[in-house]
Design a protein around this ligand. Sequence first.
Ligand code: AMP
Length: 147
Amino acid sequence: MDLNTPYDQENIFAKIIKGDIPCIKLYEDDHILSFMDMFPQSVGHSLVISKSATAVNLFDIDQDNLCHLIKGAQKIGNAAKIALKPDGIKLAQFSGNAAGQTVFHLHFHIIPVFENGHILDQTDPTDEAKNARLVKIAELIRKEINN
Ligand code: AMP
């Protein structure tokens, strides 16, 4: 999957957009969808993807859709900032598998950073508990999203 890989309509994020597989949704409008990352790198790790563009990576997307996407990243990042009070927030985007991209539908990661960890890091590591925790964190972020 290099930087010229064509878009695959059956990639996992395309299936999430179609509703064929579930996600823990944070926000959706005509242009973007945001949901919790299933394998979070930190408490509150979320993703923002374009619904209106079928772009594999940053270099495939038109500027209007890129604007929708980056505005969405700011909106969700701001909600995570208020809801979770992290010390910092990383915004990440990987283009090409050599850069670490594993899902070939353009997305931004919003990764809150906590210098001393977060209380929700310390709890039950079972899959059920992890999923319940993601749902709870999503509720906290969702409350702070302004439309
Ligand atoms: P990247 O390495 O930039 O392509 O990131 C892809 C991200 O998607 C990773 O952080 C995965 O944990 C995440 N991911 C993969 N499948 C799902 C899914 N079904 N629901 C939510 N996040 C997912």
